[in-house]
Design a protein around this ligand. Structure first.
Ligand code: M6R
Length: 617
């Protein structure tokens, strides 16, 4: 939610920030703005709409300043207007600020500031911060030089703030300086040659530097072209840890693809290979996870796993539940992170927690992790973004290594979470009753997945043709059973979020308990057909739909034959190990949603109302 880029150095800040903002647009795209210090003051450019609109506006202005802050917004407080776009400037013109997060006690602070004579132009909570910093700055005597006065004003303000923030602040009284701070919203410092950057995500920094410092909650940084100092809100100095970003800027480029979603769907074979790399045991019968920081003896004491996540990650949790219970026979509970954090659920004494998050910044998932830890449980994270808040706060975890996922609709991160869940199920199953031979067979099944995924992707033109025929419908059902039920949910979510079509996912047999009322020749059903004992049961559900003139798109393992005429469209997936089936069945529903959204002219990578990382409640 919202992206921040700030620059302090020797180059013109505006161009650098605009490039960074383009990479952060997935975090919000309602409006964008930038401020640079030049002359004696702040030059401000803001526009509703995308970063491209801001860039156009900025090109008509003379922006030569080498110190600036910028923002792309996902609206929380106040509608999508120029006035509500960031940066916000204090009414005395002394402070400019960009903010990602929500200030919960802003009403109270605004009242206080109005009494002190400060005025407001926007409906945002953020403008309150700008004015409050200006207030503290005006009151603040110079301590150990002017730079400290600026830093101190920000620090004092933040002591009064309830809520979440990642902020970057400038003052015309302090040219060549920036103060940034975080609590609950990500913020990363890029350390370059005679320049420093601040951003919500490394993708906005990597074109200038691969050396980064991940700010922690409660930390402030004072930045100049020559250096930076890190401290906490209670004035303790912090020794910075400089990390190296392992991926390059090319990985966050579209390349030959028209959309990031398409690129990321096609990157899945590679992402799946990366998820497995180096993670099988030497004897070839189990998995290895160095980052879990737990011994096999620790695992023996665990009698339940609790998985929590949001959105697509929650669907991955449901698949993990199925696989762990099926192969390791250990009970698994799955909860929405947003519910778990408030539910005060009774928990088993020896439960182990897992959170799943691509971004590692989803606020509800982070809150669930903190709640589990507060109760004294160990909490593991399955995360894609290295150094993210969730990855850092978890007691251990498994990195996905799927590479940057930019499209708002999660694709490669999801299938990589499914594969990691399958490997984890194997890991714990081999500590219980799974035999060596079954472990070896299971691994062979997983190692085959990247190539099998390539074979599914070869069907893209066929799926595109189906999508063109079905793009006109406004209601869809997605139906599956057991491990394919979460994939039905995921298919429905993908279609909803990028094409705005109403879609619902159900266990196939539940369909006759209500959703069947939706069926007509205007509501197609996408069936995820399993092999094994439930094959015939699912065929019966399909017959029930056909009897009501419903259209059927069937996703079927290639060695199974459907009765003639039962399905209107058939997409096959290669025969595979049971643990791999959800992964391969996901790819057709991703492609179907993608091509339907494209056919309907939707903005696939930036669907309306959504943002990639939901860092506000
Ligand atoms: O970054 P996270 O995995 O924590 O994100 C969780 C959800 O916000 C995310 O999966 C969302 O549902 C996606 N838009 C789904 O495509």
């Amino acid at each position: 939610m919202c992206g921040i880029v700030g620059y302090v150095g020797r180059q013109k800040a505006a161009a650098i920030m605009l490039e960074g903002l383009k990479r952060l647009e997935y975090r919000g795209y309602d409006s964008a703005g930038l401020a640079v210090l030049q002359g004696d003051g702040i030059t401000l450019v803001k526009s509703i709409g995308r970063v491209a609109a801001l860039a156009k506006l900025a090109s008509s202005r003379k922006l030569s300043g080498t110190c600036g802050i910028s923002h792309t917004r996902w609206a929380t407080h106040g509608g999508v207007t120029d006035a509500n776009a960031h940066p916000h400037v204090s009414s005395d013109g002394q402070i400019a600020l960009v903010h990602n997060g929500v200030i919960e006690n802003y009403v109270h602070m605004k009242r206080f500031l109005l009494e002190k004579g400060y005025t407001f132009k926007s409906e945002t909570d953020t403008e309150v911060l700008a004015n409050l910093i200006a207030y503290h700055y005006a009151k603040q005597p110079a301590v150990n030089g002017e730079g400290s006065r600026f830093l101190e004003a920000v620090r004092k303000t933040l002591l009064h703030v309830e809520g979440t923030y990642g902020i970057a602040v400038l003052s015309p009284a302090h040219p060549g300086e920036m103060v940034a701070a975080r609590k609950g919203s990500p913020l990363i410092l890029g350390v370059g040659e005679h320049e420093h950057l601040i951003a919500s995500d490394v993708s906005a920094l990597v074109s200038r530097t691969q050396n980064v410092v991940y700010l922690k909650d409660g930390e402030l940084v004072h930045i100049t072209p020559a250096g930076f100092t890190l401290s906490t809100l209670d004035l303790a100095d912090v020794s910075p840890v400089i990390d190296q970003v392992t991926w390059s800027v090319d990985e966050a480029e579209l390349g030959e693809h028209p959309h990031f979603m398409r690129k990321e769907i096609f990157e899945q074979p590679l992402a799946l290979e990366n998820a497995m790399r180096g993670r099988f045991s030497a004897d070839g019968s189990s998995a290895n996870f160095g980052g879990l920081n737990l011994t096999p003896a620790d695992f023996r004491t665990i009698d339940r796993f609790v998985f929590t996540s949001c959105g697509t990650g929650w669907h991955a949790c449901l698949v993990a539940e199925h696989l762990i219970e099926r192969f390791a026979r250990i009970p698994v509970e799955v909860d929405y992170a947003s519910e778990f954090r408030y539910r005060n659920a009774p928990l088993d004494r020896d439960a182990l927690f897992f959170v799943i998050s691509q971004s590692g910044e989803t606020i509800d998932t982070l809150a669930a992790l903190r709640e589990a830890k507060r109760k004294g449980y160990k909490c593991m994270a399955i995360c894609n973004v290295v150094g993210s808040t969730i990855a850092r706060e978890a007691d251990g975890g498994i990195y996905q290594h799927a590479g940057p996922e930019i499209g708002v609709a999660s694709t490669k991160a999801f299938t990589s979470q499914l594969l990691i869940s399958a490997m984890f199920a194997l890991y714990v199953a081999r500590m219980r009753d799974m035999s060596f031979a079954d472990g070896v067979e299971y691994i062979a099944g997983l190692k085959a997945v990247p190539d099998l995924a390539r074979r599914v992707l070869e069907q893209a033109p066929h799926i595109q043709n189906i999508a063109l025929r079905y793009a006109k419908y406004n209601d869809f059902l997605f139906l599956g059973r057991l491990s394919l039920f979460p994939i039905a949910l995921e298919g429905a979510l993908k279609l909803k979020e990028i094409s705005y079509i109403h879609a619902e996912g159900y266990p196939a047999a539940e369909m006759k308990h209500g959703p069947i009322a939706l069926i007509s020749d205007q509501c197609p059903s996408v069936f995820l057909v399993p092999k094994g004992e439930l094959f015939n049961k699912v065929l019966s559900s399909m017959q029930e739909i056909k009897a009501r003139k419903g259209l059927i798109i069937a996703i079927v393992p290639e060695n199974l034959e459907l009765p003639e005429g039962l399905a209107d469209e058939v997409i096959t997936i290669p025969d595979c190990h049971e643990a791999a089936l959800p992964i391969l069945a996901t790819i057709p529903v991703q492609l179907l949603s993608y091509y339907i959204a494209v056919a309907r002219g939707c903005d696939v990578d930036k669907p309306r109302n959504l943002a990639k990382s939901v860092t506000v409640e």
